[in-house]
Design a protein around this ligand. Sequence first.
Ligand SMILES: CCCCCCCCCCCCC/C=C/[C@@H](O)[C@H](CO)NC(=O)CCCCCCCCCCCCCCC
Ligand SMILES: Nc1ncnc2c1ncn2[C@@H]1O[C@H](COP(=O)(O)OP(=O)(O)OP(=O)(O)O)[C@@H](O)[C@H]1O
Ligand SMILES: [Ca+2]
Length: 554
Amino acid sequence: MEKPSRLLCSELCVQRRLFEVTLNRTALAWKDTEITKKHTGRAIYGAVKAGIHCVPVCEIIAVQEKEDDSPCKDTGKWQKVPPSPADSYQHAFTVFYVERMRQHCWRCSNVTFHCSEHSTCLLWVQTIREQLALLTNRPKNLLVYINPYGGKQRGKQIYDHKVSPIFSQASISTDVIVTERANHARDHLKMEADLKKYDGVVCVGGDGMFSEIMHGLVSRTQQEAGVDDNSTEETLMPCGLRIGIIPAGSTDCICYATVGSNDPVTSALHIVVGDSQPMDVCSVHNEDHFLRYSVSLLGYGFYGDVLTDSERKRWMGPARYDISGVKTFLSHRYYEGTVSFLPAEGNSGTPRDKMLCRSGCSICQQSSSDDLVSKNEDSVSDAECQDTWTVIRGKFLAINAASMSCACPRSPKGLSPSAHLADGSTDLILVRKCSRLNFLCHLLRHTNKKDQFDHSFVEVYRVKQFRFTPRYQECDSEVDLRESGATGKQFLSQICKEHRACGCMPSQSNWNCDGEILPHTAIQVRVHNQLIKLFARGIEEQPVFEDPFAHCAI
Ligand SMILES: CCCCCCCCCCCCC/C=C/[C@@H](O)[C@H](CO)NC(=O)CCCCCCCCCCCCCCC
Ligand SMILES: Nc1ncnc2c1ncn2[C@@H]1O[C@H](COP(=O)(O)OP(=O)(O)OP(=O)(O)O)[C@@H](O)[C@H]1O
Ligand SMILES: [Ca+2]
């Protein structure tokens, strides 16, 4: 690889030691001149080895001149320390940068460089700022919504103490709205906000708050593009603004599955560096009526019942899910109905292939280029009409569709560990009626390394569309109709007409749609590939020890 040319190189002092400091277009590096004379050590990117440090420019948060400083002030021993050449380095600047900690957490670290000449100090500050200004993906103006009542009700405190100082340091201006009621953020985004002023929207809260913001932004985008969201056939318009999530909720699964942690500082830093992670969105309809969008879990049966019960226990905070989880588990209800789906095609993989979606995921990248090709082909909708639906009838404890892994602190690998964030598909998991013990074993596997799909009573499919009709809304004529190969619309209108005449016992659950209860049980779901973007980069692989000096040119 060709080494980028040096922009600056100076001998500067860090904590009373002399370093050779270099800056090129991709990295800032400083090496301890004494130590590196003895070692020919290789450095670790973004870390230190044998006195060599290296930080990619794209992970520098800010640079500030430090006024009236001296290398000895830190020690508080100005009088006692013997004179050293470092004492003449009286001008200083500080570089703030991303440091990686354990479990995908990031921290803002800093290093202060002391210079002997003020002009050198100014040149360094100016040149680093020029390089940062070239990073056009970084947001400058953000619209922030804080839910003061999410999770443990610490949203405002988290923002004020942990996030706002980082945004200020990175010179990001913000307009902050603390919500006053449910759906305040959604309505403001949909109808009022002057979105042209912003480079992104930040959500401080949990999955429910994220859902509000996503609904506001997606609906606004469709309105402005003249797209009718009640139509199941329409291709939705992707949103232009990215969404940042500062986790302050009870589950925070969208943040956890896109960043790898539910740490507010880490999320703030991903926003500052201008990360971008596309994400699929499912539209949920009941006949020709739009219900909601979903990005994480659509769950009927077990997760629907857990949510319904937990809503009555909101006052308990995050613990409500565990209490309602145990209660729902013990009630052991099953539900009868029909699931039909269109399998995902192409190189989409399978939910059991162990190809985890990670930063820069090739399956997600491939799906976006496939999508571009298919949008350019006129015959797509005809082709889709000819796709064959798979139909499954049965008695289920749970019907879950996971559009992403749904990893969260309760289940670090998630409901569907190999689901992809942006591949245009959702993983449909059918848990058939089984014994309590078997179901417990399946649930337990969400918390350990065993495969939760490796049970005779669990089936899992990667799909791009699905429908569900509960048994009590089905009639024999519907089954005949389905077998005769009727199209989606004929199929649904028939179910509707026959409904009143059907004598089945209504036993029903609710759909849990990203933590909200849906008002209908018969639904049609379609995945919209990469409809939104987050300030995230997907979960990073554990650090690879590469040679940084390909970039640093030292
Ligand atoms: C024995 C231990 C088994 C533990 C099994 C844990 C599985 C956890 C799977 C979590 C999946 C979360 C999916 C995310 C959905 C979000 O869009 C949504 C909005 O935030 N959250 C929920 O609906 C919140 C859903 C929260 C669900 C909690 C379920 C807890 C089940 C506890 C069962 C205990 C059985 C004990 C028997 C003695
Ligand atoms: N000011 C407010 N007063 C009452 N409810 C609000 C307010 N602002 C937002 N909400 C609603 O609160 C609900 C829950 O919020 P949030 O998602 O932040 O926390 P949570 O439910 O504890 O976490 P999770 O969704 O991760 O389980 C959201 O559905 C949102 O619509
Ligand atoms: Ca997906």
